[in-house]
Ligand binder design. Structure first.
Ligand SMILES: [Zn+2]
Ligand SMILES: [Zn+2]
Length: 579
């Protein structure tokens, strides 16, 4: 696949089911009517000192706190509609003489609170020094200068595994194709197929799992049979790439066949169904450990569960790995050492564990954070670094897992704290970057791009904090919290609201094509993604995942183009800074 010649016809092809995608503001308010996840992201602390969520939302989720399959939707919508209509107060401090949050699409600080971006007093987000600094506000930790003996030993051991050649940094900065509103609710998770380059798996807030062949664009399947609410994580079966493991806020971990969408449930935390929020269990964090043949999953009570992949049965005893009653939001197995995994939770902690000695309080290390840790990932090749995303608007980088992890090596100020209903932001490593420096993360606050407020996807060099590139497309006005870089290709997949986008480097387009696009752009001023009307989209596509990667995708696309009208794709405004 990798060696296949590039297409000669650029496929900025967009499919969507109905009307155009809404603006970010609209989208978020709509989303707010229906969300039930974010209460635990926004208000997990209980100390109240850093609340930015608005009262209406918080109130609503308190009353309707859990993901309740098939229950209470009408009641919830009604309730929130009322409160939103009466809301003319500041969403941050509840003051009545001002408004804060997104006004239009620009973020306005509450005058009674410190800077929303860096959390320091004395200025606003608009004037924040970290907003305009090219280095995104790096805070070096003092101990970075002093490497101990252990550091040197492991540097030596790991160096041999690291490729000597450093490939050039390639940024996928142009939307290549998109599928608008594939999901019925916002996207929560993305995962590339381990061997079939064109296949992207996605999960959403309603529990749907999507399979999309983005080379064929219209090859898509959406299963509602696997989960009934929020898909937390999706990982491929290590021995059978037609199977996925996934977990959800319905409290299940299951192994599902991608052909049929039929789940084989390995864990069901709610065998007796819904008996109120006190007993309902949800699972958000999950990873597969191929060497040990286990699936690790963490629930919303702070408990770790294990599944033996060979039998699909639970093994071991449930183990409390985070504060009792707090949510385990993420689990990641170390790519180099199968004994290690890291968990992150809304008890403000990330913890490293050794599977050979797993007991309460037996963690190898604790990484304390000031707020909820959305994610903690080992670096993709050596597994020697850790990158965390914390709700305090900081990315934290730990350069060596064998050193003292009480302090990060670096903190990078970045806007991903949010006070609306969104999938929480997670900084993800570039799996192809052998230097293990490049990471991608969506940005919450917007910036002005040629008169349009857009929320970029940021590429950050985690070794310096430098913003390598901010990628936008002026047709995407929604916030893009879910991003995944392809393990082999220069491709970025992003999930924004209910839609999926595939980005590729602009340089891959040949000059003729680019020129003709410029001409095309000049003719077409309109800047809205529109449907490539696709008369044939019904031809059995909903069950057509067979992984058959033949070479007729261009025919398919051309064929589609003839049937429909390709309209209104225009060039994105993309700023890119070279290192
Ligand atoms: Zn205020
Ligand atoms: Zn600031």
């Amino acid at each position: 696949m990798a060696g296949r010649p590039r297409r000669t016809v650029r496929k900025v092809i967009v499919e969507r089911d109905s009307e155009s995608e809404e603006s970010s503001d609209e989208e978020m308010e709509n989303d707010a009517f229906q969300d039930e996840e974010v209460d635990e992201v926004l208000a997990p602390e209980g100390n109240g000192e850093e609340e930015e969520g608005d009262e209406e939302e918080r109130e609503c989720v308190t009353e309707e706190p859990t993901a309740t399959p098939g229950q209470g939707v009408k009641k919830r919508q009604k309730h929130i509609l009322i409160s939103l209509k009466t809301a003319k107060v500041c969403k941050v401090c509840k003051g009545t003489d001002h408004q804060a949050g997104f006004v239009g699409s620009i973020y306005v600080d509450c005058p009674n609170r410190p800077c929303f971006l860096c959390k320091q007093p004395g200025h606003t987000t608009a004037t924040c020094p970290h907003r305009i600094a090219s280095e995104h506000g790096v805070t070096p930790a003092p101990r970075r200068q002093s490497l101990g003996m252990v550091d040197f030993v492991h540097e030596r051991q790991l160096r041999s595994k690291m490729p000597k050649m450093t490939p050039p940094t390639v940024i996928p900065n142009r939307v290549d194709c998109a599928i608008i509103k594939l999901h019925s609710r916002r996207v929560t998770h993305l995962e590339f197929h381990p061997t079939k380059d064109n296949i992207l798996i996605s999960g959403d807030k309603k529990g749907q799992v999507g399979i999309w062949d983005f080379e064929k664009v219209y090859e898509k399947t959406v299963y509602s049979s696997i989960h009934t609410c929020i898909v937390g994580s999706i990982k491929f079966h290590p021995a059978n790439s037609d199977m996925i493991y996934s977990c959800g806020a319905d409290g299940t971990v299951s192994c599902s066949d991608l052909e049929t969408g039929m789940p084989n449930v390995a864990i069901d935390m709610n065998p007796d169904g819904w008996n109120g929020p006190a007993t309902w269990r949800m699972i958000y964090g999950m990873d597969v450990n191929p060497e040990r043949n286990i699936v690790l999953a963490g629930d919303n009570a702070g408990v770790l569960h294990q599944v033996d992949i060979r039998t699909n049965n639970r093994i071991g005893k449930p183990l409390l790995i985070h504060k009792k009653g707090s949510k385990v939001v993420g689990i990641h197995c170390n790519p180099a050492d199968p004994n290690l995994f890291i968990s992150s939770g809304n008890d403000h902690m990330a913890r490293i564990w050794d599977l050979r000695y797993l007991d309460m309080q037996s963690q190898l290390a604790e990484l304390p954070h000031p707020r909820v840790v959305n994610s903690a990932y080992f670096s993709p090749i050596s597994g020697n670094k850790i990158l965390t995303t914390c709700q305090d608007n900081r990315l934290r980088v730990y350069d060596c897992i064998f050193s003292d992890l009480a302090e990060p090596s670096r903190e990078i100020v970045h806007s991903h704290d949010f006070n609306r209903y969104l999938t929480c932001f997670r900084a993800e490593w570039d799996p192809k970057d052998t230097t293990e420096n490049l990471a991608v993360i969506g940005r919450y606050i917007s910036d002005d791009f040629d008169g349009i407020a857009l929320h970029p996807i940021d590429f950050i060099d985690t070794s310096t904090g430098q913003l390598v590139a901010e990628v936008v497309d002026r047709n995407i006005t929604t916030i893009t919290p879910v991003n995944k870089l392809h393990p082999r290709l220069d491709v970025l997949a992003s999930g924004s609201s209910r839609s999926l986008y595939i980005w590729r480097p602009e340089d891959e387009m040949d000059d003729d094509k680019r020129n003709s696009e410029v001409e095309y752009d000049k003719k077409k001023k309109a800047t809205i993604f529109t449907v490539l009307d696709y008369a044939g989209s019904k031809k059995g596509k909903d069950k057509s995942f067979d992984g058959d990667e033949d070479d007729d995708e261009d025919d398919d696309i051309m064929c589609s183009s003839k049937r429909g009208k390709k309209r209104a794709y225009t060039s994105p405004s993309t700023k890119q800074k070279k290192l």
